[in-house]
Design a protein around this ligand. Structure first.
Ligand code: HEC
Length: 129
């Protein structure tokens, strides 16, 4: 006969199980803002390239950025002040997290840009004066 380990104290057992499930969910959760790469000159340059590139980020399709030619005027210019790193990451990863009805493409969620590329873009944006 199998022994039911929860017999006698189902509430304690249920609670332990629930905590374990929640902990697993938290640990497994996508934490896109974790471990940013340091803002090196190379990362800033790579980020600038992504922002300006028609093939990659193409942020200038909608945003004016200092130095851009033929930039779009659909959204606000990309200029300081920028939101904090977590909110800025969310904006680029999936702007729907910040603005439910946005037309800004969910670059991270749709695999248009990698995590690393988004951090490089942020390094570039924060370098803007
Ligand atoms: C198709 C148009 C479009 C493209 C392409 C686009 N954006 Fe946006 N972006 C928007 C709009 C519209 C907003 C205004 C807020 C919103 O609706 O998300 C915005 C807002 C922002 C904001 C301000 C967020 C805030 O809360 O202050 C930042 C920063 C930003 N975009 C960065 C970028 C970057 C970086 C890229 C390229 C990787 C990019 N955007 C590409 C349309 C676009």
């Amino acid at each position: 006969m199998k022994v039911n380990p929860c017999r006698g104290f189902p509430i304690l057992c249920g609670t332990v199980f629930l905590v374990a499930v929640l902990l697993a969910a938290v640990l497994a959760a996508d934490r896109p803002a974790a471990a940013p790469a340091p803002a090196s000159a190379a990362n800033i340059a790579a980020g600038r390239h992504l922002v300006f590139s028609r093939e990659a980020g193409n942020c200038i399709a909608c945003h004016m950025v200092k130095g851009a030619v033929m930039a779009g005027d659909i959204a606000q210019p990309l200029a300081p002040p920028f939101p904090d790193r977590q909110r800025l990451f969310a904006q680029i990863w999936d702007a729907r997290q910040n603005y439910a009805n946005t037309i800004m493409p969910p670059f991270g969620a749709n695999h248009l840009l990698t995590r690393k590329q988004i951090h490089q873009i942020m390094d570039f944006l924060y370098s803007l004066k």
